[in-house]
Design a protein around this ligand. Structure first.
Ligand SMILES: NC(=O)c1ccc[n+]([C@@H]2O[C@H](COP(=O)([O-])OP(=O)(O)OC[C@H]3O[C@@H](n4cnc5c(N)ncnc54)[C@H](O)[C@@H]3O)[C@@H](O)[C@H]2O)c1
Length: 447
């Protein structure tokens, strides 16, 4: 991908109707990107089907959800959950009797990890066991799902899986320093990637955040063939991240959160969609804006590019509803601060010499640097401190709005997607919100 390909038009076509089937490939969490995609499917009258990653018992063995967990998950998604554990990644897999990658990491210490070596032939065997486990479970999921889809219905598979951080004490400390450390606590993300620990983590990210999309496309081939033969259509979407175009000094410009260690896996995800697309399968990765969710809270400063959405909302039309969002943001700040103060802090950061090298799309995902970490993490904590309550932030409010707009755009575009990889930049997100007053697809249709 040499440059970002933005979605510029509102989706015009809708193939999804009552009785069609929407499959969420990942669990649903409260603030997550998938929430509004599921809402859109529900509004269209689709049957909602979910999966589970399963849970670990006291011996780390993967188990299905128990009755109580299953009932809660089905209530949350508003549909049926296929209760076969689909935990991806191989951090807790191993050939019978052998140590798992997580066991091997347990021997690493803060003093030793940079030089510690892993046995790569053993790691490869663990990876094969994990992939085999995932694909076997997914085949079972597909067998059950096949029985839930009547002929002639359209099917929408929405991939949302991302993750793969192994539960190793040493990595928790390192991650804290890479994503949250300033000054003496700064740690270079490149040092991590140069180590065996880092190389293992990148492989696990690939398995969870990218290869699961390929397994989904491959192992649903039977369903796809049957659905298409009976006059229905099948679509696949996945949430990507590869920076976002936001307003900087009055112009939309690509920028990124740094260091996005998962970026290699996200580029692999893009390639999987491109390969599927080349063989006639409608699979699209939508690269989405930075928001705060259960998964992204670990990245201090990820919310900084989100806040200038307030400027995009004005640029793309403004109006009473936009003014109401500005007012709601003003109300979250302590008396002595204005929204303009917050935006100025972000502008100062974005236009500083320290950040300039990081606006290179072709070099993504760049490693962090002491100056960049210091500025981004410092700006983030200063802005948090400008709020009345550190737990009720402008970025919470804007994250909710982005999730709504992105849900509408992805669901809308997926009927007749224009390509395998599309960026949802702040311009189209703001236009969607202005057009619908942050409301719903019904409002979009009426506009
Ligand atoms: N938050 C952001 O700023 C942002 C930006 C762009 C794209 N995205 C993408 O959006 C998608 C949803 O993320 P979110 O931020 O809404 O957070 P989320 O926490 O709501 O979703 C994370 C998803 O990953 C799944 N998952 C985690 N570990 C897994 C594993 N080992 N095996 C299988 N599934 C696993 C969870 O079940 C869940 O469905 C992800 O693909 C993420 O990369 C997020």
């Amino acid at each position: 991908m040499k440059s970002p390909i933005p979605l510029t038009q509102f989706p015009q076509t809708n193939i999804f109707r009552k009785g069609d089937v929407f499959v969420l490939f990942g669990e649903l969490f409260d603030r997550g990107y998938a929430t509004h995609l599921v809402d859109q499917a529900r509004r269209a009258g689709m049957e909602i089907v979910g999966i589970t990653v399963g849970r670990r018992d006291e011996n780390n063995a993967l188990r299905p959800l128990n009755d109580e967990e299953l009932a809660a998950a089905e209530a949350r998604i508003g549909g049926k959950i296929i209760n076969v554990p689909l935990m991806a990644g191989f951090d807790l897999d191993a050939p019978a009797g052998g140590p798992t990658p997580t066991d091997l990491l347990a021997n690493m210490t803060l003093e030793s990890w940079e030089a510690d070596k892993l046995d790569w032939s053993h790691i490869e065997r663990c990876r094969e066991v994990g992939v085999e486990r995932f694909r076997t479970s997914l085949s079972e999921v597909m067998r059950i799902l096949d029985g839930m889809i009547p002929d002639g219905r359209n099917v929408y598979f929405a991939h949302t899986m991302a993750g793969g951080i192994p539960k190793a004490k040493v990595f928790m400390v390192i991650a804290n320093r890479i994503y949250k450390g300033r000054g003496a606590r700064h740690m270079s993300s490149q040092t991590l990637l140069d180590s065996d620990l880092g190389k293992l983590i990148l492989q696990n990210f690939d398995e969870v955040s990218a290869n699961t999309f390929r397994h989904l496309i491959d192992l649903s081939a039977g369903i796809r063939a049957r659905v298409e033969a009976s006059g229905g259509q099948v679509r696949y979407s996945a949430f990507g991240y590869h920076g976002t175009g936001i307003l900087v000094s009055g112009e939309y410009r690509w920028q990124t959160y740094t260091n996005y260690t998962q970026g290699y896996a996200k580029m692999r995800l893009e390639r999987i969609a491109q390969e599927a697309w080349a063989s006639g399968i409608k699979a699209t990765v939508y690269n989405c804006p930075e928001i705060r969710t259960n998964s992204s809270d670990v990245f201090a400063g990820i919310e900084l590019p989100l806040i200038p959405l307030l400027l995009a909302l004005k640029k793309e039309g403004g109006g009473d509803w936009v003014e109401a969002q500005w007012q709601a943001c003003r109300d979250l700040l302590a008396e002595e601060y204005t929204v303009e103060d917050v935006l100025q802090k972000i502008a100062d950061m974005q236009t500083s010499d320290v950040m300039r090298p990081f606006y290179d799309f072709s070099a993504w995902p760049m490693p962090n640097s002491p100056g960049q970490s210091d500025l981004a993490i410092g700006t983030s904590s200063e802005i948090t401190a400008m709020h009345k309550d550190g737990k009720a932030l402008i970025s919470d409010l804007l994250s909710r709005l982005v999730v709504e707009a992105v849900g509408q755009l992805i669901f809308g575009e997926s009927s007749a997607p224009s390509g395998p990889v599309l960026w949802l930049n702040h311009d189209i997100v703001a236009r969607t919100l202005v057009r619908t007053n942050g409301a719903s697809r019904d409002a979009l249709a009426a506009a």
